[in-house]
Ligand binder design. Structure first.
Ligand code: ATP
Length: 514
């Protein structure tokens, strides 16, 4: 059995080999934590975006979309708090010269203690078999209690230090816990420093006094500054939402784990404006809706969990993450935040404009509260790839790599293959392709044996392979081979369109959400 780390490495090389994800500027040896999506990756990514966009803007008549610019007036980031507070605590190891996030080092340490507890529990479960009472064991076993006390104390100290932004204390925790650098194995740490994650650039020539501007670290602010525009021009009534998909940029200190943590990434965010006092109800509503959206793809309900935040951002009064079970553990894919009226009030203050809503029912004006759902396209992409990548051993000992992608998201829906490159079969295959290509992403392949061609399509997750053989010319039937079962059927050419449509129709997934 391959370890999870090995499987993840294989997935990363698979992504490259099959045109999903390439390192950026690869011929120049790449650029740290920046990636390009290839011919298949972009199709998958576009399908994810469409699923999200349609679930927001088609299924909700009170949600509309926008596409705001990446560059924004620099005061936006002052008002939002990003200039002053969008920091991560960084620490360097002097021996390896590697840089880490101090909070992540401590969280990993907490994770290790948790693992120790779980190992004790697992061992005991094996020993006691059926009669094992896990709750009782956790409450009474001396070693578990010792680890738990350690975890509680560390967790409390860490939360306090983070809430107070006490950098000296964070360093002290790292020293006291004897945390070592995973590369050098030493405890030769520098002090902890705050590091602002926003990228800066200049707009205008220096001669006219160039203005320092930022690449947006989240798409949300583009929505807040357009709140009045959309509300007025769309005659939107509260509650209503504004959705947006776009690039965001963060100068992440530690950028590992492939597209999980990138410096340039894409977000799908929806800000939902509500009446003050109703925000908890809507927070609950959006938590449920978003989880349903994830589960509807059928990747496995057990792979998701909520993680409620203990440390709330300065603007939030409730926050939770939807985590997905990646090969490297449960990790955040989406955040759902109750942002109060913080952002709109701040923009009102800094811009001097009145940013409110006149509620005709109450006959009064107020600053709406906001529930945000914010998901990273790239993390969603990764979670789908991780759960779809499979290495299977077939009868006869042969192996195949298959991406069992949800058919609605698959980059290519069907591959059309003439059995041989002669006897009019390629021409017939082209005819079939021409019939399908207006509705489905279809490819054509005539090279190598049919078996090899099937493997190539399995590796990119194509749900249907359609083979044209000599009989096709007489009976107008083709052989359809299914990706997951590898079963084959003889299907009439005229029925192909309906068959593919049924499997890849976005509507059937969207219907699960209403
Ligand atoms: P993390 O704690 O992992 O840094 P975050 O809590 O800062 O993430 P948010 O600010 O809530 O993330 O951003 C919303 C979503 O944007 C995240 O759930 C994630 O899917 C995505 N995201 C954030 N940072 C990155 C990144 N560097 N690369 C890829 N996706 C990201």
């Amino acid at each position: 059995m391959a370890t999870q780390e090995e499987t993840f490495k294989k997935l990363v090389s698979h992504c490259k080999e099959y045109g999903f994800v390439f390192p950026s500027s690869e011929i120049y040896d790449g650029l740290g934590a920046v990636y390009d999506y290839g011919q298949n990756g972009v199709e998958l990514k576009n399908n994810i975006k469409r699923y999200w966009w349609d679930s927001m803007t088609l299924l909700h008549e009170n949600i509309v979309g926008i596409d705001a610019a990446i560059f924004m007036h620099p005061t936006v980031w002052k008002a939002s708090g990003h200039v002053d507070a969008f920091n991560d605590p960084l620490i360097d190891n002097r021996d390896s010269k590697k840089r880490y996030r101090a909070d992540v080092l401590i969280e990993d340490q907490l994770g290790k203690i948790e693992e120790k507890i779980n190992k004790e529990v697992e061992k005991a479960a094996k020993r006691f078999g059926e009669s094992f009472d896990e709750a009782m064991f956790r409450q009474t076993n001396a070693r578990v209690l010792e680890h738990q006390a350690h975890w509680d104390a560390l967790h409390e100290r860490y939360s306090k230090a983070m809430n107070a932004s006490d950098l000296a204390e964070l360093k002290q925790i790292i020293l006291d816990e004897e945390i070592v650098c995973p590369i050098s194995g030493t405890r030769n740490w520098t002090d902890v420093r705050q590091f602002n994650l926003m990228f800066q650039t200049e707009m205008g020539s220096t001669a006219d006094g160039a203005m320092k501007i930022y690449l947006r670290p989240e798409t949300a602010q583009g929505i807040f500054v357009n709140y009045l525009n959309v509300q007025k021009t769309g005659r939107m009534k509260i509650p209503f939402g504004i959705a947006q998909i776009g690039k965001a940029f963060r100068n992440e200190i530690v950028a590992r784990q492939f597209v999980f943590r990138m410096r340039e990434f894409e977000q799908m965010e929806m800000q939902f404006f509500v009446k003050p006092g109703t925000e908890m109800e809507w927070f609950k509503h959006w938590k449920e809706f978003r989880l349903k959206w994830h589960k509807a793809l059928g990747l496995g309900d057990e792979k998701y969990r909520f993680h409620d935040h203990e440390k709330l951002a300065h603007y939030a009064n409730a926050a939770t993450d939807i985590e997905f079970l990646m090969p490297f553990g449960f990790k955040e894919v989406e955040g759902i935040h109750s942002r109060t009226n913080f952002d709109l009030s701040q923009h009102a203050k800094y811009s001097g404009k009145k940013i409110e809503y006149f509620d005709p029912e109450l006959n009064e004006s107020y600053t709406p509260y906001v529930i945000e759902t914010s998901i990273g396209v790239d993390r969603m992409f990764l979670s789908i790839m991780c759960s779809s990548y499979k290495e299977e051993t077939l009868e006869g000992g042969e192996t195949r790599v298959v991406l069992s992608l949800p058919p609605v998201l698959a980059p290519v829906k069907a591959c059309v293959m003439p059995l041989v490159k002669k006897d009019g079969l390629p021409e017939k295959a082209r005819e079939v392709m021409d019939m399908l290509k207006f509705d489905f992403k279809t490819t054509y392949d005539e090279k190598d044996s049919i078996g090899k061609r099937y493997r190539r399509q399995d590796a990119i997750g194509t749900p249907f392979c359609i083979t044209i053989d000599h009989d096709t010319l007489n009976d107008n039937c083709v052989t359809v081979r299914y990706r997951d079962t590898m079963a084959q059927d003889r299907v009439k050419i005229e029925d192909l369109h309906a068959m593919i449509q049924k499997a890849v129709d976005m509507k059937q997934v969207l219907r699960k959400l209403v």
